[in-house]
Design a protein. Structure first.
Length: 163
C-alpha cells in the first residue's frame, strides 16, 4: 500500500456507512506551466468516504505548498494550495465520468493528483501589485524605477500618436 491507498472493506461489507480519512504523502510530477508542487513536498489530504448505491462517494480536501515563477518579474514565489472535490468511485476501470477501484482497496492517488494540478495557479504572481520587468533594460521595477526613458517608438508612426 502507498500513501494514498485506503482499505474500504468495512464500507463495502456494510459494517459502516462512512469513514473519515487523513492521509499525507508525496506525488512526484505535479505541475502546470509556471508552478509546481515539489516532488518531496508533503500533500495532506482530509477526506470522507461514504458507501452509496453506485459505489463510494469521496469528499477530499488537499493542502500542499507550491513554488512557481512570477509571470511578471520572473522571481521565485511560494504559495499554499488548497482544493476540494467530491468524486464517485465505481468498481472497475476509470472512465471520463468517474474513478474506478478494484477489490477492497481505494487508490486516491489519481484524484489527489488531479485536484492538486487543478489547484495550481496557471499564471502565478509573487504579489497582486507586481510591477514586472522594464521592457527596455529588464530591471525589476518592484525594486524601484530603472531610469530608462520611454522611447515612443518609430518616428514614422508619430502622426498616429496625435489621434
Amino acid at each position: 500500500m502507498h500513501d494514498f491507498e485506503i482499505s474500504v472493506a468495512h464500507l463495502l461489507r456494510g459494517s459502516e456507512r462512512a469513514s473519515d480519512v487523513v492521509l499525507q504523502g508525496n506525488i512526484p510530477g505535479l505541475f502546470v506551466t509556471s508552478s509546481r508542487i515539489l516532488d518531496d513536498a508533503v500533500i495532506r489530504v482530509d477526506g470522507r468516504v461514504e458507501a452509496v448505491g453506485e459505489g463510494l462517494l469521496v469528499s477530499l480536501e488537499v493542502h500542499a505548498e507550491y513554488v512557481g515563477e512570477c509571470v511578471r518579474c520572473l522571481g521565485e514565489m511560494h504559495g499554499e494550495l488548497a482544493g476540494r472535490s467530491r468524486e464517485l468511485f465505481i468498481e472497475g476501470e476509470d472512465t471520463e465520468e468517474h474513478y474506478g477501484f478494484r477489490g477492497e482497496t481505494l487508490d486516491l492517488r489519481a484524484a489527489v493528483s488531479d485536484l492538486c494540478v487543478l489547484g495550481l495557479p496557471p499564471v502565478p504572481l509573487c504579489r497582486e501589485d507586481c510591477k514586472g520587468l522594464c521592457q527596455y533594460c529588464g530591471a525589476d521595477l518592484n525594486e524601484g524605477p530603472c531610469g530608462c526613458t520611454d522611447d515612443s517608438g518609430d518616428p514614422r508612426w508619430a502622426a498616429l500618436d496625435q489621434l
